[in-house]
Design a protein around this ligand. Structure first.
Ligand code: PLP
Length: 416
């Protein structure tokens, strides 16, 4: 079906949840995608951090074909050969002890919140209510289901669906004093993204993360890190928390785990896992043989990719800083490895810049209104970065000029 036909059909058939760019993709290979008119695009978004090995990676294709022809799904009433092996790999790289598999980021986060509440009930109540309050961060994003929404510190996602799950309070991002003020013995979990993704690529400060770790450890509360966007190699280490030297009690991952197939995981300690018994939590699809076999292969490739991610990430960041020095409209560059954001001084400019990059056949997106977000596949090379920087340089000169002209026109109109 043509692009025009697809747009029309979707208007009549789908919930209007997405404001899509008018491009219909048909095929991908490496760092490139091709649309229905045969035009090639450089992918610097990788399906919002999912296609971390690019498109059609040969090792992934081989496992996918082999496993699809053997066994796709069995359900969790039976064993299959891959869940334990995948858990072994994930626990090895995270320093945690136990894994649970589900299908998406939000599901992993829901499970993590349930685990924190269940663990708090095992602590002994000493005549008081079990710990139950959850501290989350302003400007955070944890997903679209109710627990995740309730801990998401952005009113625009929560407000249309209230009332929310009770017991959640929001701490100002990186405000240590506010964290200390709001923390007490009733808190069962401190929850945060090590680097806020949808919140505009904002790394948590070492001081804030260390304080969260110290407070939670001292009182028996848990530290939950959402690494759904920033984990699994994105920052050049297996997990972003490994840059800080802080060990969490629970970590959630998803996006790149099965190289494009839906798979999420909760990772935790032996002690916390002991709060869960058969029947308390589960999933029909989660951790099937096909997705787990692919994820094992993804982690094998990742083992060989971390140095490359750090090297190209540092190079990319340097180049973005170079753009910041050249363009007044660039306020700040943030992030680590291949999770980078460039904040512009206006939301309109950022919106225009994404459209202009798309016209130049480069995929990026905008998050938190003003931030250009770059989540390229781990296989990009410096020459791809150079191409993106050249295009951004042109685009930023162009959009800033257009924006100034528009502003002058609207000031003139308002004076008349
Ligand atoms: C940090 C973080 N947590 C949770 C989610 C939700 O993941 P999913 O869309 O797979 O449910 C996202 C998605 O963008 C995310 O970035």
């Amino acid at each position: 079906m043509s692009l025009a036909g697809t747009i029309l059909s979707e208007q009549h058939l789908l919930l209007p949840t997405y404001d899509r760019h008018k491009v219909l993709f048909e095929k991908g290979r490496g760092v490139y995608l091709w649309d229905s008119r045969g035009k090639r695009y450089l992918d610097f978004l990788s399906g919002i951090g999912v296609n971390a090995l690019g498109h059609g990676h040969p090792a992934i294709q081989t496992v996918l074909k082999r496993q699809a022809s053997r066994l796709i799904h069995v359900c969790n009433l039976f064993f299959h050969e891959y869940q334990a092996e995948l858990a072994r790999q994930l626990t090895r790289i995270s320093g945690l002890d136990r894994a649970f598999f589900c299908n998406s980021g939000t599901e992993a986060w829901e499970g993590a919140l349930k685990l924190a509440r269940a663990y708090a009930r095992t602590l002994g109540t000493n005549g008081h209510k079990p710990k139950w309050r959850i501290l989350a961060l302003e400007n955070s994003f944890h997903g679209r289901t109710f627990g995740s929404l309730a801990t998401t510190g952005q009113a625009k996602y929560r407000d249309p669906f209230g009332p929310m799950l009770p017991g959640v309070s929001f701490v100002e991002f990186n405000d240590v004093a506010d964290l200390k003020r709001q923390f007490d013995g009733s808190v069962c979990a401190i929850c945060l993204e090590t680097i806020q993704g949808e919140g505009g690529i904002r790394p948590v400060s070492p001081e804030f993360l260390n304080t969260a770790r110290t407070l939670s450890k001292r009182s028996g509360a848990l530290l939950l890190l959402d690494e759904i966007q920033c984990g699994l190699g994105r920052t050049g280490r297996y997990f972003a928390y490994q840059h800080y030297g802080v060990q969490p009690d629970i970590v959630t991952v998803a996006k790149p785990l099965a190289a494009g197939l839906p798979l999420g995981a909760i990772l935790t300690t032996k002690r916390v896992a002991s709060a869960i018994h058969p029947g308390m939590h589960g999933s029909t699809f989660g951790g099937g043989p096909l997705v787990c076999a692919v994820a094992i292969e993804f982690l094998k490739v990742l083992d060989q990719s971390l140095d490359h991610i750090s090297e190209v990430g540092d190079y990319f960041r340097e180049k973005l800083e170079w753009l910041r020095a050249r363009h007044k409209c660039v306020a700040e560059v943030r992030g680590m490895g291949l999770m980078l954001g460039m904040e512009l001084n206006s939301a309109d400019l950022a919106k225009l810049a994404v459209v202009e990059m798309l016209q130049r056949k480069i995929l990026i997106n905008r998050t938190n209104d003003t931030v250009l977000r770059f989540l390229p596949p781990y296989i990009i090379e410096k020459r791809h970065v150079d191409g993106v920087i050249r295009a951004l340089d042109e685009v930023l000169f162009g959009v800033a000029k257009d924006h100034r002209t528009l502003n002058r026109k609207s000031i003139a109109r308002s004076k008349n």
